[in-house]
Design a protein around this ligand. Structure first.
Ligand code: ADP
Ligand code: ZN
Length: 527
C-alpha cells in the first residue's frame, strides 16, 4: 500500500476481512499503532488479537514483520491471509534457502504486506541488515509472554527482540499475549523495552453476564421455569441451550417446541444444510432458542444472545467460559445458567476413563473436571473463582452471580460427611447416590433387602436430612476429593485417600447449605 492516502482501518476490516465492526478494544489498538505508537496488548484467546496487527499492516506503508514462535500457526495465518488476497509469507526453518531468498527479495521490492518470521531468524545480523533495506510498516511480537521467565513458554531468542527498538526506533511495535498476570506483564514491558508504549488490557471478566449454577432436579423443568421467569417465555429472548449428546439436543428441542418455543436443534449429526439453515435463522431472527451440542458456537457472533443455559456440565472451566461467553456480547445484561448433578460428573468421568488419551493427558482432564466442580460447589463468588482460574486474582465479589446475590451459608458438616463416607464404605463402595441415600435414610426397599443393607450399622443413620440434601452433601464430597466416582463400572462411589482423616475425625469438613430447588412460582403448586 503506497501513496499519501492511508486506507482507513474500518475500510480494511470490511473489504479485506469481511467483518462489519471492530470488537472490544481492537479499534483503539489499531488506531494507536497506525499512528506509529508502541503497544502491549493483553487479551484472552479468541478476543481477536491478530487483527490488531494485520489491519495496521495494511494501513501503513511497507511490510509488517510478525514474530511468531510456532511454525504451524504461522502457516495457518499465512494461508488464511493469502485466501483473503493479502500478500503474506512465512520465513522459518520449513523454508529452503531458495524459497527464503525469493521471499526476501519480494520484501525488498515492497511486494509483501506481512512476513511472519521465527525469532531466531529475525535476530540474525544478515536478516537485520536486509530489513534496513526494506520499508517496514511495523513489528508485531506475537506470544509476547515467551520473553518472560515468569511464563511457562520462555524462549531465550525473544530476549534479543529488544534490539528492534534500538535498530528501528521509528517503526512501531506491538506485542501481544493472552497471558495477563501482573508479573508477566511487567516483565514483558521491561524486556521488550515497551515501558513507554500503551498497554491495552482486556480482562477476562464479562461483568454483564450473571452466573448461576443450580442443583439438577428435573433440569428441563428447571430450564423452562428459568426462561419463563426471566426471559419472557416463548418468542421473547434469544438463547442457547447446551446439551452433551445429540439425542438430548433433539429431545430438548422438541420438548421446548411443545411448550411453544421456537427451538431449533444443532449438532454434528444433522445434515449440513439443516445445520446451516438453523444457524442462519438463529442469527437472523429474534426469540429463537438454539438447543445444541458444543458443535455450535465457533465463530457465532450474535450480539444479543440473552442467555446461555447448560443442561449438562461442560468439559472444563475454559469450555464453560467460552460457551457462556456467547451471551451478552452487546454488553447488555445476560444470563449464564446451569443445572448440574452427580450423574454429569460420572458421565464426563466415563468419557475421560474410556478415551484413547495417555495417562498424563487423562490426569490433566481430571484436574480440569475437578476445577469445574470447584466452581459448581463453591460458597464464594462464582466470578472470582472463574477469573482466578484465568490468573485474575484481584476481583472483589461481583454482586452479579447466585452466590453473591443469595449468599450461601456454610456449616460444620463433619458429622454428615462421616455418615456419608461410612455408608459408602459399609455398602462396599459399589453403589451410586440413589442407593447410598436409601441406606442413609433407612429405606426398606427391594434393593436394600437384596444386599442385606438393612442390617448395616449405617442403615437409617441419616434421617435428619431429606434425600435432596444428601445429594448435595455427596456432590460436595466428590468436589472436595473425598469421594471419587468409579468410572469403569456404573458410577459407584469410592473412598479416596483424602477421606481417612475425616473418618478419624481429625479434620473438619465445611459444607454449603444449598438453597432448596424452587418448585414453581404459584402458591398452589405446593412442595
Ligand atoms: P486471538 O489471537 O486473540 O486468540 P484471533 O485473532 O484468532 O484471536 O481471533 C479469534 C476469532 O475472532 C477469529 O475467527 C477472527 O476472525 C474473529 N474476529 C476477530 N476480530 C473480529 C471482528 N472484529 N469481527 C468479527 N470476527 C472477528
Ligand atoms: Zn459474584
Amino acid at each position: 500500500m503506497t501513496g499519501i492516502f492511508m486506507p482507513l482501518p474500518l475500510h480494511i476490516l470490511k473489504t479485506v476481512f469481511g467483518f462489519p465492526a471492530f470488537r472490544g478494544q481492537q479499534e483503539e489498538v489499531i488506531r494507536h499503532v497506525v499512528e506509529g505508537g508502541d503497544a502491549l496488548v493483553l487479551m484472552p484467546t479468541g478476543a481477536g488479537k491478530s487483527l490488531c496487527y494485520q489491519v495496521p499492516a495494511l494501513c501503513r506503508d511497507g511490510v509488517a514483520i510478525v514474530v511468531s514462535p510456532l511454525i504451524a500457526l504461522m502457516q495457518n495465518q499465512v494461508e488464511a491471509l493469502t485466501q483473503l488476497g493479502v500478500r503474506a509469507a512465512a520465513l522459518n526453518s520449513a523454508r529452503s534457502p531458495d524459497e527464503a531468498r525469493v521471499i526476501e527479495r519480494r520484501m525488498q521490492a515492497g511486494e509483501l504486506d506481512l512476513v511472519y518470521v521465527a525469532p531466531e531468524r529475525l535476530v540474525l545480523p544478515g536478516f537485520l541488515s536486509l530489513l534496513e533495506d526494506c520499508r517496514i510498516a511495523l513489528f508485531a511480537i506475537d506470544e509476547a509472554h515467551c520473553v518472560s521467565q515468569w511464563g511457562h513458554d520462555f524462549r531465550p531468542e525473544y530476549l534479543q527482540l529488544a534490539l528492534l527498538h534500538e535498530r528501528f526506533p521509528a517503526v512501531p511495535r506491538i506485542a501481544l499475549t493472552a497471558t495477563a498476570d501482573g508479573p508477566t506483564r511487567r516483565d514483558i514491558a521491561e524486556r521488550l523495552n515497551l515501558q513507554d508504549g500503551r498497554q491495552f488490557v482486556a480482562g477476562f471478566d464479562r461483568p454483564n453476564i450473571r452466573y448461576r449454577i443450580a442443583a439438577k432436579n428435573n433440569a428441563r423443568e428447571q430450564l423452562a421455569r428459568f426462561i419463563e421467569a426471566e426471559h419472557g417465555g416463548p418468542g421473547a429472548d434469544s438463547g442457547i441451550v447446551y446439551c452433551l449428546s445429540r439425542a438430548k439436543v433433539e429431545e430438548t428441542a422438541a420438548w421446548l417446541a411443545g411448550k411453544g418455543y421456537t427451538a431449533l436443534a444443532y449438532h454434528a449429526g444433522l445434515d449440513q444444510s439443516v445445520r446451516a439453515g438453523n444457524q442462519e435463522r438463529f442469527l437472523r431472527e429474534d426469540g429463537i432458542v438454539m438447543v445444541a451440542t458444543i458443535a455450535f458456537g465457533m465463530g457465532i457472533d450474535k450480539p444479543d444472545v440473552r442467555f446461555v443455559a447448560h443442561l449438562d456440565l461442560p468439559k472444563s472451566l475454559e469450555a464453560y467460559y467460552q460457551e457462556t461467553g456467547r451471551a451478552g456480547r452487546d454488553g447488555q445484561p445476560a444470563d449464564a445458567w446451569m443445572a448440574y448433578g452427580l450423574e454429569d460428573v460420572a458421565k464426563l468421568g466415563q468419557f475421560i476413563a474410556s478415551s484413547q488419551a495417555s495417562d498424563a493427558q487423562k490426569r490433566i482432564e481430571w484436574q480440569k473436571l475437578n476445577a469445574l466442580l470447584g466452581l459448581c460447589e463453591t460458597t464464594r463468588c462464582r466470578r472470582q473463582v472463574l477469573l482466578e482460574y484465568f490468573g485474575e486474582t484481584d476481583h472483589p465479589p461481583c454482586g452479579n452471580c447466585d452466590t453473591c446475590l443469595e449468599p450461601i451459608a456454610s456449616f460444620d458438616g463433619t458429622e454428615l460427611a462421616r455418615k456419608a463416607l461410612s455408608c459408602v464404605y459399609r455398602t462396599g463402595e459399589s453403589f451410586g447416590a440413589g442407593h447410598v441415600i436409601d441406606v442413609l435414610l433407612g429405606k426398606d426397599n427391594d434393593k436394600v433387602r437384596r444386599f442385606g443393607h438393612e442390617r448395616l450399622s449405617t442403615f437409617g443413620i441419616g434421617t435428619e436430612l431429606p434425600a435432596e440434601q444428601w445429594r448435595s452433601v455427596l456432590r460436595q464430597l466428590v468436589a472436595a476429593g473425598l469421594l471419587s466416582i468409579d468410572t469403569e463400572g456404573h458410577g459407584a462411589f469410592k473412598l479416596t485417600e483424602a477421606c481417612r482423616p475425616v473418618l478419624r475425625s481429625e479434620v473438619r469438613v465445611d459444607l454449603r447449605r444449598d438453597p432448596l430447588p424452587a418448585r414453581g412460582k404459584s402458591k398452589s403448586s405446593g412442595g
